[in-house]
Design a protein around this ligand. Structure first.
Ligand SMILES: Cc1ncc(COP(=O)(O)O)c(C=O)c1O
Length: 368
């Protein structure tokens, strides 16, 4: 019996570096064969999510962030996408404006549009969003919130510096404009750990940090969290969705909790990071060997993506058909931004394929 489980598929002959998902070969089925279900997890759960899971998650997070979180600062979600959806429902009205980074994750934009929201893109530099521009746009548009990907940004790989984060948090506190930080790549670093999640900078600021196990364990778990001051979580916890259906992912969170508590998750994450670190190095080597004179890029220090630009300004959207002919794929810059300078960009994912395939993909890209 064939069982189709993948969201995106490419023809077998194509190495599609546009696929921004974990390598199916690295999904830890063995870990889930070791854990068993406890009966209470089958009941409707408490609105914020299973308390024991949230406590275990808080302990895990607190080993990695300076300002401690507690179970009361955490809300369990069905991954990051669901978290953003719930935030849109409770923090915006159709017709509102939301500020996003330029470029930004194209499916987040689609989610915002599903809620009838208008997006305005704010420029970034190598340290993250341009704070002066952001402040001016907040003043002008009174947005429902600002959506940012502060760590190992999708698509650019940029990580907001500590100084920039402090400025952003201060701006959120001063203006009251909520900041929604999508931090799905926060714990996938291949060099030094990145600065703390935004929500742990200042518990008086209206910041919602979103985390997810999709890239850390498996996307099929549909398990994530929002870390925020209790006052920011209250509208979410008080939603009709949770009042009717109870807390999210009671079964999944009960399976993941023991892995968090006894170090099996840490062990998996460290192995995963080693593999992704090598894959990133392989992609950099392949681009250097085959495309150094034609492409430019900045090497990210974590996450899934390498953001590259053709030096001759070639339009990558128009190039994609030819790329498919030579058996390679990528995400063209126009998906992430309307700015003309991003039309020559390609987002390359180094997480989905093994090293041999990444090298082969670079050789194929060089034929374009
Ligand atoms: C920035 C960003 N946010 C959210 C997601 C989706 O995460 P989840 O599976 O937790 O919904 C992705 C996946 O590609 C992503 O890159």
């Amino acid at each position: 019996m064939s069982w189709t489980t993948t969201q995106v598929t490419a023809p077998a002959h194509r190495i599609d570096l546009g696929i921004g998902q974990p390598d199916p070969a690295l999904l830890p089925a063995d870990l889930f064969q070791q854990v068993s279900l406890e009966a209470p997890a089958l009941a409707y759960g408490t609105e914020a999510g299973d308390e024991r899971f949230r406590s275990a998650l808080a302990t895990w997070l607190n080993r990695r962030q300076t300002q401690p979180a507690s179970a009361g600062n955490l809300l369990v979600t069905n991954g990051s996408s669901n978290a953003l959806d719930m935030i849109c429902t409770r923090f915006s009205q159709p017709g509102d404006t939301v500020l996003v980074e330029d470029p930004t994750y194209f499916i987040a934009r689609r989610q915002l549009s599903d809620h009838g929201l208008t997006t305005i893109a704010v420029p970034m530099d190598e340290n993250g969003v341009d704070i002066l521009e952001l402040a001016a746009l907040i003043d002008q548009h009174k947005p429902a919130f600002f959506y940012t990907i502060p760590t190992f940004h999708n698509p650019t790989g940029i990580t907001q510096s500590t100084e920039r984060r402090a400025q952003l948090v201060a701006l959120a506190r001063d203006t009251g404009c909520p900041v929604v930080a999508d931090e799905v790549y926060q714990y996938l670093y291949y060099d030094q750990p990145p600065p703390d999640p935004l929500a742990s900078f200042d518990d008086r600021a209206p910041i919602l940090s979103i985390g997810s196990f999709s890239k850390l364990l498996a996307p099929g778990l549909r398990l994530g969290w929002i870390q925020a001051p209790q006052a920011m979580l209250a509208p979410l916890i008080g939603s009709g969705l949770l009042a009717s259906g109870g807390g999210l992912a009671p079964v999944t969170s009960s399976l993941v909790r023991p892995l968090l508590e006894d170090g099996r998750f840490d062990h998996h994450l460290s192995r995963l990071s080693d593999i992704y670190r090598r894959r990133l190095a392989t992609l950099v080597q392949g681009l250097t060997d085959h495309l150094d004179d034609r492409l430019e890029w900045t090497t990210p220090k974590g996450g899934f993506f390498m953001w590259t630009h053709w030096r001759n300004g070639a339009d990558t959207d128009a190039m994609l058909l030819r790329a498919h002919e030579v058996g390679v794929g990528f995400q063209p810059g126009q998906k992430f931004s309307a700015s003309p300078e991003q039309a020559s960009a390609m987002r390359l994912c180094f997480a989905f394929y093994d090293e041999a395939k990444l090298t082969q993909a670079c050789e194929r890209l060089s034929r374009l």
